[in-house]
Write a protein of this length. Structure first.
Length: 652
């Protein structure tokens, strides 16, 4: 100890002398530099005098001495050099301080190792650890005025020289020697990285026959590759005091616990790693999980127990709740669950969690492991119209998946139908789904959203389609409220106008869309009105300003003339739509009438392969699903709950 102090004082004395020499050097250099600068400036002044005043007497020339400019230049140079000296001094001090901390930490490790080597071999182990001993697993120690944290790990090592437990030959006394590892850190030390030290401690006598067993923990990732550095927490709660081991796997993804006390389902093990999922064992007969798939590990006398764990890089699920026009719907409740089980009879899911989207219709679920996920929709205000992508959702390891819940206000009786391709299991869009009860039938096409207007009684001057009873403008010759819910030519003095038009408000599909069909009711008009009594054009854009109305050929010279026509491709990839409907009559005593207008589209918020029926009555419906290239499906569906779903598989 005295020798150490003497060396320390001697080192400090040498450092002080060296630093004094360094300062003297810099001051001498500074003085020489200032003298050189002064000489240069004086020479410049002389040159200026000779140039400006060649014929003036010496007494009238510029005087010598320090001017303001000279003082400023000299001061600036002095500051630069002084800062350099100070920075050099600071760097040297920091280097010396870092070296002192490392030297102190190294001395502390030697001190702890000497304490272990002087213990009886049977006491070389951590308190309540495996092997059990008298060394604290963690302790705070003050050395040289610094507060160090020392974490100790001690392992019994099975040397293959005389065989290994469970190997050939089978070593029944596998605890050949002990490996002690120290990790020393200093939270209050600047720029100090934790240091690790390792030493071996062997018994003084020949090893005796073991009365324990061994526990090997193997950790793999989603691809079956070993994971090194995985944290393993082991507890044996069947003994007092409780045995606790906190250690990490080696480069082969294995943690070997040699000389572990025997115990029947005694060892509760938890495996984790930052950024990875977690897996653990479970206590049998626990009411929450009475029959675990991976029960706590059993260690038998002179036997090797091996147990494997699979953990994977965590994934993220970004959930958004929207309607079919991509408008955010806040505060939607749902429950997400996976398929992995931690127990059977009854089945206990590993992941099953309820969530609610925020005020912007968003919810981020972090820390998910690779699995196939499904959900239960349990919101009291909304029905589930569909999901994008379809459920179940396959979530891979280390991935981020966007997931949309497409919802609509709750309906007393509704049905969600999902149609899939029988060979691939992928959603099948474009299939016609027809449900029939008594003489009433309704048809929808999978993967297509639709918008509809059924009343114009609210009046004009509405730019955006927010009030479903209003429109943008007319020429004044259309009747919009007689009767309510229909439009027709205006009647004046007992006679109908011969022509008129109405322009709708702006429909917003929520994203760039493809438009499919335009429909109106009734499809048949009075014969007296003529063959072109109802004509329609469509305008679409992405700026809500450019409204060019076109017919089916994409020009302003044509019109949609029948009640069920495909919309021209010129409108695809646009978001906003308006229609312009023309009413004409060849007779002043007759007028065509329109009770509703609708159009279908696909967008990023329209669920693929799904349709949603509303306003249904209780009872049994006949269902027919058809698509070109597939066999038709015919079946029944019984509506007996407020919301239900049905999946249909079509065979090519």
């Amino acid at each position: 100890m005295h020798l150490f102090v003497f060396k320390k004082i001697k080192f400090q004395t040498k450092f002080t002398a060296g630093f004094t020499l360094l300062v003297d050097f810099w001051l001498d250099f500074l003085g020489r530099t200032l003298l050189t600068v002064k000489t240069k400036i004086s020479n410049i002044k002389c040159d200026i005098n000779e140039y400006l005043y060649p014929k003036i007497g010496q007494s009238q020339k510029l005087t010598t001495g320090f001017t303001l400019v000279e003082m400023l230049i000299g001061t600036a140079i002095f500051v630069v050099l002084a800062m350099s000296v100070y920075q050099t001094y600071t760097t040297v001090l920091n280097a010396v301080d870092d070296s002192r901390v490392k030297i102190t930490a190294t001395a502390l490790s030697n001190e702890q190792f000497e304490i272990m080597r002087n213990l009886p071999y049977g006491d070389v182990g951590t308190i309540n650890g495996i092997p059990r001993g008298k060394v604290p697993a963690s302790q705070d120690l003050i050395r040289d005025g610094k507060n160090f944290t020392v974490k100790t790990t001690i392992r019994s090592i099975d040397n293959p020289f005389d065989g290994t437990i469970g190997g050939t030959p089978n070593d029944l006394s596998p605890a050949d020697y002990k490996l002690a590892q120290l990790e020393i850190s200093c939270a209050t030390c600047k720029n100090f990285a934790p240091l690790s030290f390792v030493t071996q401690i062997g018994p003084r006598d020949l090893e005796s026959e073991s009365t324990n067993g061994a526990l090997f923990v193997k950790v793999f990732d989603a691809d079956g590759l070993p994971i090194s550095g995985a944290s393993v927490h082991i507890e044996d709660n069947q003994v007092y005091p409780t045995l606790v081991v906190d250690d990490t796997t080696n480069n082969d993804g294995i943690l070997e616990i040699v000389d572990a006390p025997p115990g029947d389902t005694a060892y509760e093990i938890t495996v984790s790693k930052p950024g990875y999922s977690t897996e653990k064992t479970y206590k049998p007969a626990d009411p929450a999980n009475p029959n675990p798939i991976k029960p706590n590990a059993t260690v038998a006398l002179k036997q090797l127990t091996q147990i494997s764990f699979l953990i994977g890089l965590s994934s993220t699920l970004n959930v958004s709740s929207v309607n079919e026009t991509c408008t955010a719907v806040p505060s939607v409740n749902f429950t997400t669950y996976g398929t992995k089980l931690i127990g059977t009879s009854p089945d206990i899911l590993k992941y099953n969690s309820s969530s609610t989207t925020d005020g912007a219709g968003k919810k981020t679920i972090d820390g998910l492991e690779w699995d196939s996920y499904n959900l239960t929709f349990n919101d009291t205000n909304y029905d589930l119209v569909g999901t994008i992508p379809l459920l179940p959702l396959i979530l891979n390891s280390s991935s981020t998946q966007d997931f949309k819940l497409v919802v609509a206000p709750k309906d007393p009786n509704s049905l969600l139908v999902t149609v899939k391709d029988g060979s691939t299991g992928l959603p099948l869009s474009g299939a016609n789904v027809e449900i029939t009860k008594n003489s009433s039938s309704t048809s929808l096409i999978t993967g297509r959203g639709f918008m509809k207007q059924t009343s114009w009684s609210g009046g004009s001057s509405q730019s955006d389609f927010t009030d479903p009873t209003k429109y943008f403008s007319t020429d004044g010759n259309i009747e919009t409220n007689n009767p309510a819910g229909e439009i027709s030519l205006k009647k004046t003095g007992g006679q109908y106008a011969t022509s008129s038009y109405l322009i709708s408000s702006t429909f917003d599909t929520g994203s760039a869309s493809n438009f499919h069909q335009i429909l109106w009711q009734p499809q048949n008009q009075p014969a007296e009105s003529g063959t072109s009594s109802v004509l329609l054009q469509i305008a679409t854009n992405n700026d809500k300003n450019t409204w060019n109305f076109y017919g089916p050929d994409g020009t302003s010279n044509t019109f949609y003339t029948t009640a069920n026509q495909n919309i021209g491709a010129v409108h695809n990839n646009d978001r906003y739509l308006r229609y312009k409907i023309y009413l004409n009559s060849n007779s002043t005593s007759t007028s065509p009438t329109i009770s509703d207008i609708s159009f279908t589209f696909t967008s990023e918020c329209v669920p693929p392969g799904q349709v949603f029926f509303t306003k249904m009555t209780s009872g049994t419906y006949n269902m027919t699903v058809s698509e070109n290239g597939y066999q038709d499906y015919t079946g029944n569906v019984n509506i007996n709950t407020p919301w239900q779903q049905k999946e249909v598989i079509l065979t090519p």
